[in-house]
Design a protein around this ligand. Structure first.
Ligand SMILES: NC(=O)C1=CN([C@@H]2O[C@H](COP(=O)(O)OP(=O)(O)OC[C@H]3O[C@@H](n4cnc5c(N)ncnc54)[C@H](OP(=O)(O)O)[C@@H]3O)[C@@H](O)[C@H]2O)C=CC1
Ligand SMILES: N[C@@H](CC=O)C(=O)O
Length: 379
């Protein structure tokens, strides 16, 4: 386990007390009146987030959408008219065709819809690596999967190149599970404002874990609960290692114009060496090995009147750091609840006090809503 990072003097200066609390996630547009253009949708991933989206697709808010294909990692179903079944997610576990992206794209093309959208609700890097190609072929992509935009810089650049030729990339779900962080940043940039520094808590699961953790319940028990609630990544080591937070930091920083590579983020993770190479199931069976080191870090922090928070920071020189930090109780991050994320943006125009965006930053429902909102924004 890595040592707790030092708290920089600047951290304590950040304040949320003087700015409005949460900026609430973007409202979903009401269902379009009949006769409005139909949006054909293919859904990749029917797990926690994809499953929640399937539920939303059966609500009036999604009346203008036609789900023409859906897939998990093993099977897929297509219907150019519409896949209406409420039990689609369960069906895909034992019924359907073998996985084949070409078949899903053919279903998108077949119905003659004006707007064709691929929604990626997986954590698959190979699938994310196809996003740029799909955009170049005229499909829109809406994603909760951060592997492309938050991965290697080459992938980010391929994405920007594809977007320059048209197509939309709905990425609200990739940061803050739909909190209006990227949209706010883009709006500021379009007005000529520039991001100077960025700081906060970018992980809903780690926020929930450290907001709860007081030493009375083992960290491993809390982690199991966070996974059950749908806050963690499919493999929780993606959260604990800081990798997921680093991806979000990269997505924000790149969207703000910083050409940061993955190797330029200093990531201090929480996964002990012995647990890093295991498959997911074996790791989950050994979660108790996290308990002792975290109990010690917690006790040490408490003895100094501090709490533990998993912070991400980008300074004005483009130096990026992600890791567990002791913060005093007066620190803005010490006053978070539940899965709250907190993004403090200092810009050329928000430079005496940061612009702070805060609110629940993980969970199936808010994330699925972010995906639906991005799809509806296409028309
Ligand atoms: N949970 C949250 O709060 C948030 C999650 N996200 C992101 O959402 C994404 C999904 O997370 P979550 O729903 O929790 O993950 P799950 O593990 O619950 O679901 C992942 C789904 O993706 C499917 N899948 C994997 N590979 C492929 C593939 N090649 N083709 C089609 N389907 C595939 C899996 O299929 P199978 O069932 O066969 O394994 C499964 O249905 C992640 O990228 C995560 O970072 C973003 C914001 C918030
Ligand atoms: N596992 C992620 C989910 C959202 O991206 C988190 O904990 O924030």
């Amino acid at each position: 386990m890595s040592a707790v990072l030092d708290v920089e003097a600047t951290v304590g200066a950040t304040s949320v007390a003087t700015v409005p609390r949460a900026v609430i996630a973007t409202e979903v547009a009401p269902a379009k009146a009949s006769g409005a253009p139909t949006i054909a949708v293919v859904l990749l991933g029917t797990g926690v987030v994809g499953g929640a989206l399937l539920k939303l697709l059966n609500t009036p808010a999604a009346a203008s959408l036609r789900l023409v294909g859906a897939a998990n990692s093993r099977r897929q179903q297509t219907d150019p008219v519409s896949l209406a079944s409420r039990s689609l997610r369960e069906q895909l576990n034992h019924q359907g065709d073998a996985r084949d992206n070409a078949g899903l794209l053919a279903a998108l093309d077949a119905g003659g819809a004006a707007v064709r959208v691929i929604v990626d609700a997986t954590a698959s890097a190979p699938l994310a690596s196809r996003h740029a190609e799909w955009l170049a072929r005229g499909y829109h992509v809406v994603t909760a999967n951060k592997a492309l935009a938050g991965g290697e810089l080459t992938g980010w650049r391929a994405l920007q190149a594809a977007l320059a030729h048209g197509g939309c990339y709905g990425d609200a779900a990739t940061v803050g599970a739909g909190l209006p962080v990227l949209s706010t940043l883009r709006r500021l940039r379009s007005c000529g404002d520039s991001l100077l520094t960025l700081e906060g808590v970018f992980s809903g699961s780690l926020s929930w874990l450290f907001n709860q953790y007081d030493g009375s319940r083992p960290f491993s028990a809390l982690l199991r609960e966070a996974r059950q609630l749908g806050y963690t990544e499919p493999d929780p080591r993606s959260d604990l290692s800081g990798e997921d937070v680093a991806r979000k930091l990269l997505i924000i920083a790149r969207s703000a114009g910083f050409s940061l590579g993955t190797d330029e983020v200093d990531v201090q993770g929480l996964v002990p060496e012995a647990l890093r190479a295991l498959d997911t199931e074996s790791f989950l069976a050994r979660l108790e090995e996290l308990d002792e080191p975290l109990a010690k870090l917690h006790a040490d922090a408490k003895s100094r009147g501090c709490v533990l928070r998993f912070l991400a920071r980008l300074n004005q020189r483009g130096r990026a750091r992600v890791g567990l930090v002791e913060v005093p109780l007066t620190h803005p991050a010490a006053r978070l609840y539940g899965t709250d994320n907190q993004f403090a943006l200092t810009t050329t125009r928000y430079n005496t006090q940061p612009l702070v965006i805060q609110g629940p930053g993980a969970g199936p429902e808010v994330t699925a809503q972010a995906l639906l909102g991005d799809v509806l924004a296409l028309v």
